[in-house]
Ligand binder design. Structure first.
Ligand code: NDP
Length: 259
């Protein structure tokens, strides 16, 4: 696996916590001495800087990490993102579209407009805009219509909608549909479009869902044994390190109690 990451540049969105942060560490641990470069993005730049220095310490400087503040729901920031990168960081090989959130759980007629917009602008439009920003780099590489990996983090919610989660579920169904269309558009190129769909994972996700109410968030996982962010990170790194003609198109991963 380490050899397949040799000299690559990997971009992870939403790397300041949870699945994105674990994925960043997992890539670094998989290829600590392979000239790997990691671009990590989120809104909380201080947290990203901490992740960067931890990886620097863990790999003795073997993995280079560039923390960049980026709100994926802001189209202007996304548009300027690649042009603003230092030139030696622009040759990106893997995009992990992980940034996402759920806000509030309410019956459809009661969902606040602000929450609807934040979820769609981040989970759907943000992911699409990031993909559009990266594709010219992928398409310009090699002779077979391009190469590179797009790994979208969807959710079990995109496959099995639940009452009270209509907007979040709709955003993740949209991710799923977009991912499938894009894969078909890029057929026979070396650009792999893949999706990893987690079930219940204990992260800051629930705290965000309940607008920062930690007690309510903890209640979500009370009495159950959820996945850890590392469980998902291992799968993301697995799909990114298959032989280049192997597309692990779609992976659903959940804790055994959730089947
Ligand atoms: P966390 O809340 O722990 O992490 C979410 C990450 O996304 C943070 O790093 C956050 O960083 C970032 N983020 C949120 N909004 C934006 C934005 N506008 N621009 C850039 N970054 C943003 O949650 P998870 O790790 O659990 O979630 C990661 C992904 O996994 C999401 O797409 C989520 O939908 C999906 N998922 C999670 C499940 C779970 O049970 N936890 C289950 C299924 C799917 P910052 O606040 O610094 O911007």
């Amino acid at each position: 696996a380490a050899k397949r990451l040799e000299g690559k540049t990997i971009l992870v969105t939403g790397a300041s916590s949870g699945i994105g942060k674990s994925t960043t560490f997992e890539f670094a641990r998989t290829a600590p001495k392979n000239n790997l470069k990691l671009i990590i993005t989120a809104r909380r730049i201080d947290t990203l800087k901490e992740v960067a220095s931890q990886i620097d310490a863990e790999t003795n400087g073997g993995v280079k990490v560039l923390p960049v503040q980026l709100d994926v729901s802001n189209p202007t920031e996304v548009k300027n993102f690649i042009p603003n990168l230092p030139e030696e960081w622009r040759d990106i090989h893997v995009l992990v579209n992980n940034a996402g959130l759920v806000r509030g759980l309410a019956k459809a007629p009661e969902i606040a407009e602000e929450d609807i917009n934040i979820m769609f602008n981040t989970n759907v439009t943000g992911l699409i805009n990031m993909t559009q920003a990266i594709l010219p780099i992928f398409k310009a590489r090699g002779t077979e219509g391009g190469s590179g990996d797009i790994i979208n983090i969807g959710s079990i919610a995109g496959r099995e909608p639940y009452a009270g989660g209509s907007i979040y579920c709709a955003t993740k169904a949209a991710v799923r549909s977009f991912t499938d269309s894009l894969r078909k558009e890029l057929v026979a190129t070396r650009i792999r479009v893949m999706e990893v769909d987690p079930g219940q994972v204990e992260t800051e996700f629930s705290v965000v869902r309940f607008y920062g109410d930690k007690e309510k968030a903890d209640a979500v996982y009370a009495g159950v044994d959820p996945l850890t962010p590392d469980d998902i990170a291992e799968v993301v790194v697995f799909v990114a390190t298959r032989r280049e003609n192997v597309v692990v198109a779609d992976t659903l991963i959940f804790p055994s109690h959730q089947a």
